[in-house]
Design a protein around this ligand. Structure first.
Ligand SMILES: Nc1ncnc2c1ncn2[C@@H]1O[C@H](COP(=O)(O)OP(=O)(O)OP(=O)(O)O)[C@@H](O)[C@H]1O
Ligand SMILES: O=P(O)(O)OC[C@H]1O[C@](O)(CO)[C@@H](O)[C@@H]1O
Ligand SMILES: [Mg+2]
Length: 442
């Protein structure tokens, strides 16, 4: 396959001429197996075949700018005014990121003016009546113990010109946007208006999504907590299914367009027999279809557990009318879990098989919880990387981890496609190995 062509160049507001307060900490840094020096690059490709396919000299190989503190920075910390906003759906770790940003800015850079804009992009628009709040170490003390976001969030579009009017009127120099793909699209439009007006405002994204659907980052924060929480439902479904004759446990988990939560939760407890995800279409009916397969499995083994991502099998639910969308324009999905529950029950009845089907949908319970320790670590490190990037005048970029290293990813790249489970890739192969389900139904 031809190598992907990607533009990894990160926009900057200007030259960095100010000595960073963190410079002494950097005196002995160099590229190691754990760290990448600021003058180095993190290679985009990581296999010999991928690199060979580029047919490029070493210094022409594509690479990301590494995250981390710079010796020289762009903004004078004592004069820097910062804004933070959280947008889109909830995700474990939002409060960890807010706290991480505030503490890094105040304790290490000496920034004193930080505003929290409330309820997503609405917080910049006066008519909504949500004035910003002051953020300092005390305001964020202990907030990481709680799920949700202390700033509130919202969906729905707001005019980027009005948002930049607000930033200008408050003399904000740096804006951190913590949100999903839609929020990052919004952040890019803000950065573009800033550029159009010739302003020097850095716009830095910290991508969040429990669905793990942001590309060019190894994993999004909150995803690990969310799938860990989902494993509790899978465990319950398994216990219920095993306790009765011909028991079927059916679990629906979030995942609009990407089935990562379903796959990882399945691999985590290794009890599911079928995983249905949006990336892999499946046939329900017929001898090789999912329903017949499930019936055979229950007949042979006495029970079965089925995990469905909410975006799976939507083709069975289209009614022919144009789909409904939420305030942000995201397509509202129909309920595949309830549909499967009915179809499985009907199918067993038609074939004269007794069954007891237990349906579990943990829904928001997997994303409204506090981050687990792994995600908390990840959040704080992303927050640090975001502050370092902003103070060094980077803009229109998100922080992420690529091949295990913290990097700067241009927003344009981070919204250029959706991260999805590759049906030909090793994750889906692991799912097939774990469940024993066939590669395709029908
Ligand atoms: N193309 C776009 N241009 C400008 N703003 C956008 C765009 N798409 C979404 N937004 C704005 O970003 C905010 C969040 O978007 P959205 O509701 O889609 O959530 P998200 O950030 O994708 O998070 P989630 O992970 O919950 O989907 C909303 O205020 C929305 O209007
Ligand atoms: O009901 P809300 O808040 O629009 O969010 C639902 C969606 O958000 C997500 O969790 C992504 O954050 C999807 O998996 C889910 O469909
Ligand atoms: Mg989204």
């Amino acid at each position: 396959m031809a190598p992907e062509s990607v533009d990894l160049t990160v926009r900057t507001l200007g030259d960095c001429r100010i000595e960073s307060p963190l410079a002494p900490l950097l005196a002995e840094t160099e590229s190691t197996e754990h760290y990448v020096d600021e003058n180095d690059r993190v290679l985009f490709d990581d296999t010999v075949n991928m690199i060979a396919a580029r047919k490029a000299k070493l210094d022409a190989l594509p690479g990301f700018e590494p995250g981390g503190p710079r010796r020289k920075i762009f903004f004078q910390p004592s004069k820097t005014r910062v804004g933070i906003v959280t947008c889109g759906g909830l995700c474990p770790g939002l409060n960890d990121v807010i706290r991480g940003l505030v503490l890094e800015l105040t304790s290490h850079y000496g920034v004193t003016k930080i505003y929290g804009f409330r309820n997503g992009y609405q917080g910049f628009i006066a008519k909504y009546g949500h004035p910003p709040i002051d953020l300092d170490a005390e305001a964020v003390s202990g907030v990481n113990e709680y799920g949700g976001t202390i700033l509130g969030t919202s969906r729905g579009s707001q005019d980027p010109y009005e948002i930049v009017d607000c930033l200008e009127s408050m003399s904000i120099n740096v804006l951190f946007v913590i949100g999903g793909d839609g929020s990052m699209r919004g952040a890019l439009t803000i950065a573009d208006v800033v550029k159009e007006r010739g302003l020097k405002i850095a716009v830095i994204g910290v991508p969040k999504t429990i669905d793990n659907d942001i590309p060019y980052i190894d994993q999004s924060f909150g995803f690990q907590t969310a799938f860990s929480k989902a494993t509790e439902s899978l465990r319950s479904a398994h216990v219920e299914a095993r306790a009765v004759p011909n028991g079927v446990g059916l679990v629906q988990v979030m995942g609009r367009h990407s089935g990562f939560i379903a796959c990882y939760a399945t691999l985590a407890n290794n009890d599911a027999d079928y995983v249905l995800i949006p990336e892999v279409p499946f046939q329900l009916d017929g001898d090789d279809g999912f329903l017949a397969h499930l019936r055979r499995r229950v007949r042979e083994r006495g029970h079965a557990v089925v995990v469905a991502a909410e975006g799976a099998g939507q083709e069975y639910l289209e009614s022919g009318e144009p789909g409904q969308v939420d305030q942000s324009g995201n397509r509202k999905l129909k309920d595949i879990g309830l549909y499967l529950r009915r179809r499985i029950a009907d199918d067993f009845a038609e074939h004269g098989m007794e069954t007891s089907l237990k349906y579990i949908d943990p829904s928001y319970a997997i994303r409204s919880v506090p981050a687990n320790p792994y995600d908390s670590v990840y959040c704080i490190r992303l927050a640090h990387a975001a502050v370092h990037a902003a103070m060094a005048g980077r803009t229109a970029m998100v922080v992420g981890r690529w091949r295990g290293r913290f990097v700067h990813v241009p927003i344009a790249l981070a919204i250029s496609k959706r991260n999805q489970v590759d049906p030909a890739g090793d994750l889906w192969m692991s799912v097939l190995e774990t469940t024993g389900q066939p590669r395709t139904f029908g």
